[in-house]
Write a protein of this length. Structure first.
Length: 213
């Protein structure tokens, strides 16, 4: 029940989901800093733990337990976040150093990050009310790492559509339809977006005609 409460609170807040979740886990992160295994094995351990959490999240998603899945994906991301050289680690405040990774480990690291953000966006689209700001955030994180990811392109388009940013929605949905030309959901959202844009342009045209007519 504790995990469910954490996740429910997580998506009711406006701050970044990762930052809020990490704050809740600060005591655990402090405890992790006391262990200092050698670099590559330390990275391997974190990656294995992250992979386990991700697989648990996938299982919960298939079972329709979306809040449980969200919590597991966040746990997975927190494990690999301690390996990310571009992100200052909370562990460094306690004297710990980031474990170094081999090339193969770096590939696994990036794959886990990408998959978890993509899966988080998928979960949020199944939870009511849908937090489209967060769906946008996670989808764009995927696209930063893999610009041609068809699912992330689609979900970003859906998020921007519901946030009424139709120009950006069209941008991502056109890219998605190029990747998945037969996907009915992509087609539907692209049609909805183009309809909204057409309506907007019609109103704009009438406005200008009224001003200068």
């Amino acid at each position: 029940m504790r995990v469910l409460c954490v996740c429910a609170a997580l998506h009711g807040k406006q701050q970044s989901g990762d930052a809020w979740f990490e704050k809740q886990l600060q005591p655990g992160l402090m405890a992790m800093a006391t262990a200092k295994p050698s670099p590559e094995p330390a990275a391997e351990l974190r990656l294995q733990q992250a992979q386990t959490f991700k697989e648990e999240g996938n299982r919960f998603y298939k079972e329709g337990r979306f809040r449980d899945a969200v919590s597991r994906y966040h746990w997975a991301l927190l494990q690999v976040k301690t390996l990310d050289p571009s992100v200052p680690s909370p562990l460094q405040e306690f004297g710990a150093e980031k474990p170094t990774m081999l090339a193969e480990q770096e590939q696994i690291f990036h794959a886990i990050q990408r998959d978890c953000y993509n899966n988080l966006a998928a979960c949020l689209l199944q939870m009511q009310p849908v937090n489209y700001e967060r769906v946008k955030e996670y989808s764009l994180k995927v696209l930063q790492r893999q610009p041609e990811n068809a699912k992330a392109l689609y979900r970003a388009g859906v998020a921007f559509y519901h946030l009424r940013d139709f120009d950006r929605a069209q941008h991502y949905l056109v890219a998605a339809i190029n990747k998945q030309p037969k996907d009915a959901n992509v087609k539907r959202y692209l049609q909805l977006t183009e309809s909204q844009l057409s309506s907007y342009h019609q109103k704009e045209k009438k406005l200008y005609m009224g001003m200068f007519g």
